[in-house]
Design a binder for this molecule. Structure first.
Ligand SMILES: NC(=O)c1ccc[n+]([C@@H]2O[C@H](COP(=O)([O-])OP(=O)(O)OC[C@H]3O[C@@H](n4cnc5c(N)ncnc54)[C@H](O)[C@@H]3O)[C@@H](O)[C@H]2O)c1
Length: 395
C-alpha cells in the first residue's frame, strides 16, 4: 500500500505499481527526473528497463539501478513481451526516448496491455498520435503525457480560478517559453553532439523548438484558460547556420470567443534558463504565473493592486490536492513532475479495478492533449510555409 499525504488529506492506494522505463539510461537528460518523480510519493517502484539504444549501456544502466538482470532489456519490444508474460510484470512504462520512438514504443506496450506514461511531444506526426489515442481507448489503458508544468499547485489553482469565473471572461492569453541552451551549444560542443537528435527531423519531428517547448507553452495556455485557439499566424525561425529545424517560433492566436493570444518560444533567448511565463487577462482580473517562481501566482483585479497568492496558503481543491510540502517551504519542479505520476497512479488503480476516473485527477494530461499538440504543430508549419498567414487550428 502507498499512503499519500497532501494538504487535501491522506489517501491510500492499494499497492505500489511496478514501473518500467524505455530510454533514460546513463547520460540521458530526463529519465532520472522521471524516476525521482515516480518514487517521490511511494506510488511506484522502478523495476525494469530498456534504458538505451546501446545494448551495453542499457545493461550497465539497469544494473546500476539494481534491476534484476533478467529485467535489463536490450530491446523495448522484447521488454514489452517479457513483462506482459510475468506474474510480477510491470503495470506501466515510462517512455523517455527521442520523439520518433514514442509511438512505436507506446504501441508495443499498449498492445501488451501495459499502461503508458510518455514524455512530450506525443510523437512526430498527427496520424500516429491519433492512432495511439484510439489504441489506448481500445485497450482501456491509461495514457499520461508529461506536460510537467501542469503539475504545479498554483497552475492548477489558476485553472480553477478561471473556470470559476474569478477573472471574468478571458480576453487575452499571453504565453512565452524562453531558454538559451541552444545559443551556447555550438556545433562542436558536447551539448550539441549529445542532443543532436533535436536537429534531426527523423528523430525530433518536423519542428525543433516548437515541438520541444512550444508544445508545453501551448498546453499550459489551454490548461489554464480553458480555451483552445481556432486560428493562428506563425513564423518559424532558426538563428543558427546549418540548423535544419527552428530554434525560435512566434505566433498570434485567435479564439472562438473573440479572445486574442500570443505565444513565443525560443531556445536562443540569451540569459533565459527556463523562462515559461503565462498571463491570462479576463474582464474582471488578470493572472500571472512564472515557472521559475512556482510558489507564487499573481492575481490583479481591474483597477486594483496585484495580490500575491502563495502555494501553501491558497484554498482550493485543485491546489490542495497537488501540494504536499508545508506552507512557506519551496515546492518545485520535481514535485510538479511527481504530481503527474501520482495522478496517473490513481487512474491506473481505478481502471484496473473497473472504477470511474477519480475526479481529482482531472488535471492529468493525456494522449488527447498530445494529439492537440500535434495538430498545433501542423497548423504552425502550415502558416509558416504559406508566408505566415492566418490558418485554422482544428482540435
Ligand atoms: N517533460 C519535460 O519537461 C521534458 C524535458 C526534457 C525532455 N523531454 C522529452 O523527453 C524525451 C527524451 O529527451 P532527453 O532530453 O532525455 O533525451 P536524451 O537524448 O538525453 O535521452 C534519450 C534516451 O533514449 C535512449 N534511446 C534512444 N533510442 C532508444 C531505443 N531504441 N531503446 C531504448 N532507449 C533508447 C537513449 O539511449 C537515451 O538514453 C524527449 O521526447 C523530450 O522531448 C521532456
Amino acid at each position: 500500500m502507498s499512503i499519500i499525504k497532501t494538504q487535501a488529506g491522506t489517501t491510500a492506494l492499494p499497492r505500489k505499481l511496478r514501473l518500467g522505463m524505455v530510454g533514460g539510461g546513463d547520460g540521458a537528460f530526463i529519465g532520472a527526473v522521471h524516476r525521482i518523480a515516480a518514487r517521490l510519493d511511494d506510488c511506484y517502484e522502478v523495476v525494469a528497463g530498456a534504458l538505451s539504444s546501446n545494448p551495453e549501456r542499457a545493461l550497465a544502466s539497469g544494473t546500476a539501478l539494481r534491476f534484476d538482470p533478467s529485467r535489463c532489456y536490450a530491446d523495448y519490444r522484447e521488454m514489452a513481451r517479457a513483462e506482459a508474460a510475468r506474474i510480477d510484470g510491470i503495470d506501466a512504462v515510462a517512455i523517455v526516448t527521442p520523439n520518433h520512438l514514442h509511438a512505436p514504443v507506446a504501441t508495443a506496450f499498449l498492445e501488451a496491455g501495459i499502461h503508458v506514461i510518455c514524455d512530450k511531444p506525443l510523437g512526430i506526426a498527427t496520424a500516429e498520435g491519433e492512432m495511439l489515442a484510439a489504441l489506448a481507448r481500445e485497450k482501456n489503458r491509461v495514457f499520461a503525457l508529461t506536460h510537467t508544468y501542469t503539475g504545479y499547485p498554483l497552475v492548477r489553482h489558476a485553472r480553477e480560478l478561471v473556470a470559476s469565473g474569478a477573472i471574468g471572461d478571458v480576453r487575452l492569453v499571453h504565453v512565452e517559453y524562453a531558454q538559451d541552451w541552444m545559443a551556447e551549444a555550438g556545433p562542436q560542443s558536447e551539448a550539441f553532439q549529445r542532443t543532436n537528435w533535436h536537429n534531426d527531423p527523423e528523430r525530433a519531428g518536423p519542428t525543433g523548438c516548437t515541438s520541444d517547448i512550444g508544445t508545453h507553452a501551448f498546453h499550459l495556455a489551454g490548461f489554464v484558460s480553458g480555451m483552445q485557439p481556432n486560428e493562428l499566424l506563425a513564423e518559424l525561425h532558426s538563428f543558427t547556420p546549418n540548423r535544419v529545424l527552428d530554434d525560435h517560433v512566434q505566433m498570434m492566436l485567435r479564439y472562438p470567443n473573440g479572445a486574442r493570444g500570443m505565444l513565443w518560444s525560443s531556445q536562443m533567448a540569451t540569459g533565459c534558463e527556463n523562462a515559461l511565463k503565462l498571463r491570462v487577462f479576463g474582464t474582471k482580473a488578470s493572472l500571472a504565473f512564472d515557472q521559475e517562481n512556482p510558489n507564487e501566482l499573481w492575481l490583479t483585479p481591474q483597477g486594483g493592486s496585484a495580490e500575491r497568492l502563495t502555494r501553501g496558503r491558497v484554498r482550493g481543491a485543485a491546489a490542495e490536492h497537488a501540494t504536499r510540502v508545508p506552507s512557506g517551504h519551496p515546492e518545485g519542479y520535481l514535485e510538479a513532475f511527481a504530481q503527474l505520476y501520482r495522478d496517473a497512479a490513481a487512474r491506473i488503480h481505478a481502471v484496473n479495478a473497473g472504477l470511474p476516473v477519480p475526479a481529482e485527477t482531472a488535471g492529468l494530461p493525456t494522449v488527447d492533449d498530445g494529439v492537440a499538440g500535434m495538430r498545433f504543430i501542423d497548423a504552425v508549419l502550415e502558416s509558416d510555409r504559406e508566408g505566415s498567414r492566418w490558418v485554422a487550428l482544428r482540435m
